[in-house]
Design a protein around this ligand. Structure first.
Ligand code: FVH
Length: 288
């Protein structure tokens, strides 16, 4: 059976990985990039390099866009709205839920089927078992092109509200950056005593991985608002211990700014009478 033609707009690190997955997966693939020259390796694999955005868009029913940000997507697509009419636009550019909903309204106004997406992988991971992608928006459009999109990584359709993929994406990235913040602080801290980072790193990875196993339990507490269920390490104890993290950073001559926000939140929660509960209760202090 012949495979559906795909157009990829944007040949940065990620767009190139996406286009490579489509072309090697047997899809007739047309590519375009603002700065010429980036299409050459893909053309060598069999992709067609379009001379302008309009030619790229009209080559395929499925148009995948992966540019730097929301502004660059708007700037690139606004002039070709008429050419996109009747096609499916899958936007894999990182953005906010509000931006995704704005794109969906724009697409609906021009007769374009719209699917927003979030890529949970780095470019070398595209097409591997570890890669997964989030999608939301038009379910019929997603279903039609799912066989092509599956080449990029495991697809998760998270709902017809077009903002939901971005919400999941930003939430996952928030978790990742929180983990990075702690890990970078830890690596810098051992470095103050010349402990080799490479020797410490596996210990850090294993400990963080073991602690991450608690996430489903924390999720239940946060969803139900019951921060007293199944408490193993109460917040009063954790708050007392956390001051040692801040004091150690200070005495080792290291800024604790990557960690600092947690200490006052824990102390406030304890002061408000929740010392016997779990540390997850600090989310109550985040709500506005
Ligand atoms: N790379 C990663 O690890 C992450 C993984 C998760 C998803 N992100 C998001 O993917 C989007 C693209 O990221 P990228 O890695 O491809 O980024 P770059 O290599 O910097 O390429 C940027 C492309 O955007 C084009 N571009 C920028 N501004 C404009 C504009 N005003 N008009 C048209 N195109 C524009 C740029 O073109 P050029 O500079 O080569 O001419 C590149 O094609 C991004 O949302 C990540 O957050 C990647």
């Amino acid at each position: 059976m012949s495979k559906s033609p795909v157009t990829v707009l944007g040949l940065g690190a990620m767009g190139t990985a996406l286009a490579t997955a489509f072309v090697t997966g047997g899809h007739p693939t047309t590519v375009w990039n603002r700065t010429p020259g980036k299409a050459e390796p893909l053309a060598a694999l069999g992709a067609a390099a379009a001379g302008d955005v309009a030619a790229a868009v009209t080559a395929s029913e499925l148009v995948v866009v992966c540019l730097l940000d929301h502004d660059s997507v708007q700037e690139t697509l606004a002039p070709v709205a008429a050419e996109l009419a009747g096609r499916t636009l899958v936007n894999l550019t990182n953005g906010t839920p509000a931006q995704a909903r704005e794109m969906a309204r724009w697409a609906a106004g021009h007769g374009i089927a719209y699917v927003d997406g979030g890529i949970m992988a780095i470019p070398p991971g595209i097409g591997t078992a570890q890669a997964f992608l989030l999608y939301s928006g038009s379910r019929p459009a997603f279903d039609t092109f799912a066989p092509a999109l599956e080449l990029l990584g495991t697809p998760h359709f998270v709902g017809e509200d077009p903002g939901l993929a971005a919400l999941h994406d930003i939430a996952l990235l928030s978790g990742m950056y929180g983990m990075f913040a702690g890990a970078f602080h830890a690596l810098a801290l051992v470095g103050t005593e010349r402990v080799p980072a490479a020797e410490f790193a596996p210990m850090l990875r294993d400990f963080v991985t073991a602690m991450a196993a608690g996430i489903p339990h924390y999720a239940h507490q946060i969803e139900t608002g019951d921060y007293a269920s199944g408490v193993v390490s109460n917040i009063a104890m954790q708050s007392a211990g956390f001051t040692n993290l801040l004091d150690t950073a200070e005495s080792q001559g290291l800024s604790a700014e990557l960690l600092a926000a947690l200490g006052p939140l824990m102390a406030r929660r304890v002061a408000e009478g929740h010392g016997a509960e779990d540390v997850t209760g600090i989310v109550e202090l985040l709500k506005r």
